[in-house]
Design a protein around this ligand. Sequence first.
Ligand code: AMP
Length: 210
Amino acid sequence: MNIIMLGAPGAGKGTQAAVLCEKLNIPTISTGNIIREALKNGTEMGQKAKSYMDEGKLVPDEVVIGIVKERLAQDDCQNGFILDGFPRTIPQAEALDAMGVVIDKVINLEVEEELIINRMSGRRVCEKCGRPYHIETLKPRVEGICDDCQGALVQRKDDHIDTVKARLEVYHKETEPLKDYYAAQGKLTEVVGQNDVKATTDRIMKALEA
Ligand code: AMP
């Protein structure tokens, strides 16, 4: 099954994608994680993306479209995948259609803005594998250490409050119109994504089975 996770930054897309990826045994493709990895490895693409990311802006469409095209061509995506954080603009969604990629379901995680701000400022991610945690709602087994790879948990620069607000503005302007785009294709399901991770996963699984 080919799935897109939509929603504001901080809505819990990454957390849910990580759970679904295990349940459905298909890979998650997170453009944010791929860009952060490129940045860590000092590639040219990473360098170019840095200033956009640090300011909470979107990286240009052609860069992310190229990343996704390359990633979807790999063998492990042939039985399905979860896109987390892509598409984020109408041109990105159109590019996906133009690649001939058939999307089965689009899950839009709806979360109140106040909760999002709280979530993002409390979010920590593994600096090695990118797995997300939260200081109150999604703690690792050992404080400050990733359950999966024992990497250190850190706060992303773009999770600082001013950048969070800028990212939410960009979301409303550029990404929210994708709800109508996929609703028009009959693929959109809205899922309430409040604090209980498992309850949200259950709602998503139901939506995927429908
Ligand atoms: P994320 O981890 O998905 O919240 O992404 C972090 C940052 O990476 C975003 O604020 C953007 O600067 C950049 N980014 C990730 N995915 C995309 C995308 N599909 N289009 C443009 N920029 C992106």
